[in-house]
Design a binder for this molecule. Structure first.
Ligand code: TPP
Ligand code: MG
Length: 203
């Protein structure tokens, strides 16, 4: 299968999203190291291209469900970085009044349905949203991001199945950052052990 070349404007737009995510997260790391917030957080650095490419092709009304590794999706979608950072810092001016912090950072005004830190939660939520879109006959899709580790969850496989049977307008995006990303020699380990290696195989 050949991949069509991206035009220059699209490539630059994706790259801009990637850079914004990278700078945002470098600031998150700095603020954490300065003791400005204390919670556990997940960094999207290294995965910017995946989310940015997906977000580039979505429409304004499309729905998204993101994960514990949500910063990249939120910033790449064009949500206000100041409100996102305020949320991470636990401030009232954050998207969720400072109550969700980094783990459940969510911006409903930009189509984020939910941010689920439950591994495998997003594909289920995105499938339900796609069912709603189909029932209402809307011209939109829902997107469920998930990590390779979520492939061990029954809900994910059930979601794929029902979406195929009911022909739902849903896009599942597996962000595979398993052992291949840095390699077992460097201490990488697979987050999923499944028989479905076609989902996580390194190409
Ligand atoms: C149902 C469930 N089990 C365990 C956890 C604890 N947990 C948080 S992140 C994580 C690893 C998830 O791996 P993956 O889905 O590949 O995402 P990644 O962190 O690699 O991006 C686990 C097991 C959880 N949040 N939810
Ligand atoms: Mg993973």
């Amino acid at each position: 299968m050949t991949t069509p070349a991206l035009d220059r404007q699209t490539s630059l737009s994706i790259f801009e999203r990637m850079l914004l995510i990278r700078h945002f997260e470098e600031t998150v790391i700095r603020l954490y190291s300065e003791g400005r917030f204390a919670s556990h957080y997940h960094i999207y650095i290294g995965q910017e291209a995946t989310g940015s490419a997906v977000l580039e092709v979505l429409g304004d009304k499309d729905l998204i469900c993101t994960t514990h590794r949500n910063h990249g999706h939120i910033i790449g979608r064009g949500c206000d970085p100041n409100r996102a950072m305020a949320e991470i810092l636990g401030r009232a001016t954050g998207f969720n009044g400072g109550r969700s912090g980094t783990l459940h950072l969510c911006d409903a005004s930009r189509g984020f349905l939910s941010t689920s830190a439950i591994v495998g939660g997003c594909p289920g939520l995105a499938t339900g949203a796609a069912y709603g879109i189909k029932v209402k006959r809307e011209p939109h899709v829902s997107v469920g991001f998930f990590g390779d580790g979520a492939l061990e969850e029954g809900l994910v496989i059930e979601s794929f199945n029902i979406a195929a049977l009911w022909k739902l307008p849903v896009v599942y995006v597996c962000e595979n950052n398993s052992s291949g990303a840095i390699g077992p020699q460097q201490g990488g380990y697979p987050t999923a052990t499944t028989a479905t290696d076609s989902f996580t195989r390194q190409f």
